[in-house]
Design a protein around this ligand. Sequence first.
Ligand code: CDP
Length: 225
Amino acid sequence: MSLKEKLNIITIDGPACSGKGTLARMLANKLNYFHFDSGLLYRAVGYIFFQTIHQPHSKETLEKELEFTTLNYNEKKLSLTWRDKLLNDDLLRSEHVSRWASLVAQEEFVRAALLPIQRDIAHCVKDIVADGRDMGTIVFPQAAYKFYLTASLEIRAQRRFLSEQENDLTATFEKTLHQLQERDLRDTQRLFAPLRKPENAIEIDTSLFTIQQSLDLVLKQIEKA
Ligand code: CDP
């Protein structure tokens, strides 16, 4: 790789509600890097498969649908358009798309199709903070800095429950906790690219930290290195 092609990659992996997404966004803003939320790609595939529920879902059908998908790089973050429809947060962050995303993320053909796309994104933007489940282990093993965020199940469920409560009157803490447990299990037990702490990653337990404290810690580690 020539010097011109040098990529500056920081990865942040961790389970749902560990704070990785918010931290990655804030870190990217601070460093003026691109924020790549890899979960968005899995959510998009989940959404597309849900919309095409009557077709068999295979490598071929996914490849075909990906041809109708455009990546947009505006405002230093990724957004996606599928068949001329902007896949916004309202579409991608609903509970049923979250569930579909978690299910499609277990499929080897989905992960294989998304791998080169993710690496292309880094080549396009050069300076990138990437968050997800396998950023430091599989997608960007060469990353300069790797972080692994954790928090106790109860604290993560509390965080999600607080945001769910605003839109869903039927939300209960127990239901949220149970859904998170299910998602953790799928993330860590799946055969392909399971959630793992990457080798050489710095682990941060955010249970008792504010997001600002987590950001300060990450910045300190980067300065130190
Ligand atoms: O908000 P949450 O952390 O639950 O989800 P997300 O980061 O938006 O990811 C959506 C789904 O994609 C999750 O169920 C993850 O299991 C999956 N995913 C993955 O398998 N690998 C990634 N690099 C990112 C997300």
